[in-house]
Design a protein around this ligand. Sequence first.
Ligand SMILES: [Fe+2]
Ligand SMILES: [Fe+2]
Ligand SMILES: [Fe+2]
Length: 440
Amino acid sequence: MTTAETGLRVPLMDMVLCLSHAVDLVSTSVADHHKRVAFAAVRLAEAFGLTPQERLDVLAAAALHDIGALSLKERLDTLEFELDRPHEHGASGHLLLRGFAPFAPAAELIRCHHVPWERGKGMEFRGRPVPIGSHVLHLADRIDVLAAGKGDVLAAAPEIVRRIRAQAPDRFVPGLVEVFCEEARKEAFWLDLTSPSIDRALAAAGGECDLYLGPAALLDLSRLFGRIVDFRCRFTAVHSSCVAATARALAGPSGFSEDARHLLHVAGHLHDLGKLAVSAEILGNTKPLSEEQWRVIRRHPFQTFRILERIKGLEEVASWASQHHERLDGGGYPFHCRSKELSLGSRIVAVADVFSAMKEDRSYRPALKDPEALKVLAEQGRAGLLDGEVVALLRERHQDVEAARRQARDAARKEYDRFSLERAGTVGAGSRPVQGGSHD
Ligand SMILES: [Fe+2]
Ligand SMILES: [Fe+2]
Ligand SMILES: [Fe+2]
């Protein structure tokens, strides 16, 4: 029976919000920014009379709008009320998200989410129309930038309203500002916006979203998530794709059903999702890392687990993906699982991760050749760190596994090159992906 027949259905909005949450873990300065903007944007969109479909697109766009700010510096810059280079991260977010069909309208909203209204000139940007949702997102974003960190938000609200109103026809659509002023009269709007339980407020504002992903769309979306993690550093640009392909190639001969193989493929793409909580500056550091930087990097499989465990239907994927740095002797991290606690899926992802990383260049060493990489795996198998049977299987099926890995690597490399080229063309050389080292 195929996965399609078993009816795996994963809520799209759960996936969107998990990614949204992940990108805000990078610094306490941006904590929950995406969710708060999504809440404000949906409230404004509804009050302004956008259609349910437009509201959904605004919700997805707002939940991911700064995803193109690849480095921590770029991300923190977006919190300035007056931005220096306002369109770069929008252009880059658009490039990242546009390839997944259900996100195409949201990607377009993100592309122009800092375009000023300029008394109507802002209906167009770089030769394309600007959807009204982009202006909604722009306003919601600036509201949150002004409200964030205010201890007593109700005391700060009148000044926020004054500043927004003062920029109405130049920066914001006047009709939208009127809608905002109405919302701003309600204490509940501000209290929800700044609430630690913004998830509940967002769920209520977003209403019921019944879009579900089937197996093929889930794989496409997890591949996209993996790319978003990997493309932040040139050295890791193909990593998650290689882990995913290797894990899938090992799953069949390990006796996994077609459904389970599919999920293991998904887990491979998502295994480093928690690295979104690590700044690109640390990931790309070419110098030896400090103890503190290592501690930050070593949090990532834990974050992968906490991010994915929220998604209904992906419980098994969450453990396979997040246990890739666990070792059979209990010496791995972050859970220090022991042999009996590690399922075959987790063991396969761990072997796929070590093998793929060795086969990729890093700033401090070139990629290893096959005999050398297989030798290291065998040693780790013998030492009781990696599963010896999975390692033996990889050696036996080496040709097939390597063909699958290379195919995935080449496809990811092609996409990365296109992304880098277009990004340099759209956003200028000033904010290219971090070029440095990458630490696994
Ligand atoms: Fe932004
Ligand atoms: Fe923002
Ligand atoms: Fe990892």
